[in-house]
Write a protein that binds this ligand. Structure first.
Ligand SMILES: NC(=O)c1ccc[n+]([C@@H]2O[C@H](COP(=O)([O-])OP(=O)(O)OC[C@H]3O[C@@H](n4cnc5c(N)ncnc54)[C@H](OP(=O)(O)O)[C@@H]3O)[C@@H](O)[C@H]2O)c1
Length: 279
């Protein structure tokens, strides 16, 4: 049995998860990275690339069993796999709503349940759940994404109180806009999910364009977030929430402290954008 720390990272084929695999491996951890596109997971010393679909129970069992069989321990699980099932609440087919929660919430739930017995036996462990500033703030056309991340946050906080007694902590990372494939996928889904002759087409046109141009101006990189993941995984005194920037922390604070003001400002911005698009 190796004395190196062992970490499982989901969503390891792209963006933050891929960058985190490289960072932890570079720092000497034994890394198990899981994703459906296993061929896109980095290769190298200390890296084990595993085919994983977090919406598939057999795949989740295989992922965790493989690690415990080969390493007999799991020090950290990072529940990072996720995407945005964008689109209007009324239009998105229920099957896609379920897929959103199966990926962003239930995948994390099942992998955590499978990992906890090992962490309890070793009397130590850390579950790092990748939420979003969108776990607190919200915009139209992303309702199910926000709901899935809000669920993840409440669940993680309750879990943390249950498992602290076993030397285990459950913490949340809340990235803001970050360079990755996430933004393009969310905007594509907004259009894909529109019903024929949808009443929401004008809203999707307005917000889709705003989000696409905002995506092009994002400065945070997936490598930046990998360092935040590292802090969340290794802090001797873990915090409940981790942010990449002061701006991300501030916006979450404002939304939580002043929900009416946030709602009024968002409504006014939307009204302005829609009026500008009409004229
Ligand atoms: N980028 C942002 O602006 C932003 C902001 C806030 C929060 N986040 C959150 O940060 C996390 C990482 O996102 P990212 O920005 O790095 O996006 P990304 O580049 O699109 O990467 C998403 C990863 O999730 C994996 N994934 C999706 N569905 C999966 C499934 N069913 N099973 C296994 N893996 C799955 C993808 O792998 P495969 O497709 O190969 O399976 C991919 O590796 C997500 O939870 C996202 O919601 C992102």
């Amino acid at each position: 049995m190796s004395t190196k720390k062992v970490i499982a990272i989901t969503g390891a084929s792209s963006g933050m998860g891929k960058a985190a695999v490289q960072l932890f491996a570079h720092r000497g951890w034994i890394v198990y990275g899981g994703a459906r596109r296993v061929e896109n997971i980095s290769t190298g010393t200390n890296i084990h690339a595993v085919k994983l679909d977090v919406t598939d129970s057999a795949s989740n069992h295989n992922f965790i069993n493989l690690i415990t069989t080969e390493q007999q321990r799991i020090d950290v699980l990072i529940n990072n796999a996720g995407y945005g099932e964008g689109g209007p609440v009324e239009d998105i087919p229920l099957a896609n709503v379920r897929k959103q929660f199966e990926t962003n919430f239930f995948g994390a739930v099942e992998l955590t349940k499978l990992t906890l017995p090992t962490m309890r036996a070793q009397k130590a462990g850390r579950i790092v759940n990748i939420s979003s500033i969108g776990g607190d703030l919200y915009m139209p056309l992303n309702a199910y994404y926000h709901a899935s991340k809000a669920a993840l946050q409440q669940w993680s906080d309750a879990l943390d109180l249950e498992v602290q007694r076993f030397g285990i902590r459950s913490v949340i990372v809340q990235p803001g806009g970050t360079q990755s494939a996430w933004g393009d996928i969310a905007v594509q889904n907004m259009r894909k999910n529109l019903q024929p002759n949808s009443a929401y087409l004008p809203l999707v046109d307005v917000l889709g364009n705003v989000l696409s141009s905002a995506n092009n101006r994002i400065s945070a990189t997936s490598a930046d977030l990998a360092h935040v993941f590292y802090a969340a995984a290794t802090d001797p005194k873990p915090k409940q929430r981790y942010f990449n920037s002061f701006g991300d922390r501030l916006v979450v604070h404002v939304v939580r402290a002043h929900p009416k003001a946030f709602r009024a400002a968002t409504g006014a911005l939307l009204h302005h954008l829609e009026r500008r698009a009409r004229n």
